[in-house]
Design a protein around this ligand. Structure first.
Ligand code: DGY
Length: 320
């Protein structure tokens, strides 16, 4: 009997590929953009394991074509690109990469908090464009972070890691989640608040919920209208948790002070997006987990999940 077949939809760090190659015949899409649907449809027919990215839509139609598929291992903690219900129906295991990207994503969240508060990107452009003429008391004055109130929407691993970092800035931290977490409240010295209270009391609101039916447009017009006029919205989770059209109005009409965004309703952000014209927004290309160590560990985690499934074991990061 030959080795099982694993298809990888994009080049991942070598540490994961080495583990996979010991246990399976590995083929990979090596293009610079996401694997074309047609290629994926062909490759999935014989694959025993699939490593997917958030840019791949793994839906029922696709999985129906698979003859041998045992696992879809997503190279991400979020798995909203996969129809998990359809996978379960077909007995296909779905896994993600929790923990290993928590610190990288929390760090990036903080980079956005500081960049938006202290107008870092705007100030850097100012220098490059030769506009800096003299030190001035009123030049590029920003928002204070020290002692401000941070509202965390979604107290999972990343939300907690962001809260932990807020201690270094002596911030008051509020959180909202579907479920209260008394242990974390005590450990992190944070307090639970209903969403509307959190929105109205926070100077910074940072979003850390997964995208699903309940969280789609969780932050809409009503929620943004509740925010302070100089408050800043940070999103490193999924774009569609925020109603982007409402966010554009909020930024343009001054309902809020600014936003730091790593994720968007449509990615890559279309070049006609109004967000690109706004000065009070920092825009990043979905790089929350893009630290060397996190990306390496994500590759190891997907590989370990796949090899477990191929040897008949339950993969450690099964979500269904
Ligand atoms: C995730 O893990 O869900 C990120 O969005 C990509 O790393």
């Amino acid at each position: 009997m030959g080795k099982p077949k694993v298809y990888v939809t994009r080049l991942i760090p070598k540490e994961g590929l080495a583990i996979l190659r010991e246990a399976a015949d590995v083929t990979m899409w090596e293009g610079n953009s996401p694997v074309p649907r047609k290629v994926l449809e062909k490759e999935i027919i014989e694959a025993d394991g699939l490593i997917s990215l958030i840019t791949d839509t793994i839906d029922e139609t696709l999985m129906e074509q698979a003859k041998n598929l045992k696992i879809v291992a997503n190279y991400a903690v979020g798995f909203d690109n996969i129809d998990v219900k359809a996978a379960s129906k077909k007995g296909i295991c779905v896994t993600n990469t929790p923990d290993v990207l928590t610190n990288a994503t929390a760090d990036l969240t903080w980079a956005l908090i500081l960049a938006t508060a202290r107008r870092i990107v705007e100030a850097e452009r100012f220098v490059r464009n030769g506009m800096w003429k003299a030190w001035t008391p009123t030049l590029m004055v920003g928002k204070d972070v020290q002692g401000a109130t941070l509202g965390i929407v979604g107290l999972g691993r990343i939300g907690q890691a962001v809260a932990k970092r807020a201690k270094g800035f002596s911030m008051k931290v509020l959180y909202y989640d579907q479920k209260r977490n008394p242990e974390a409240e005590e450990r992190l010295e944070i307090s639970f608040h209903p969403l509307s209270e959190l929105m109205s009391e926070s100077d910074f609101v940072s979003i850390h919920v997964p995208l699903n039916k309940q969280t789609h447009h969780l932050i809409g017009k009503e929620e943004m209208k509740e925010m302070k006029e100089d408050a800043i919205l940070i999103n490193t989770s999924r774009g569609s948790v925020v109603d982007e059209e409402a966010l554009v109005s909020a930024l343009a009409d001054g309902w809020i002070g600014g936003a730091g965004l790593d994720v968007f309703e449509e990615e890559p952000l279309p070049m006609n997006s109004k967000l690109l014209q706004m000065i009070n927004v920092v825009l990043l290309p979905h790089i929350g987990s893009a630290s060397r160590e996190a990306r390496k560990q994500m590759a190891v985690v997907v590989a370990e999940n796949v090899t477990a499934a191929l040897s008949g074991k339950t993969p450690p990061d099964t979500v269904n």
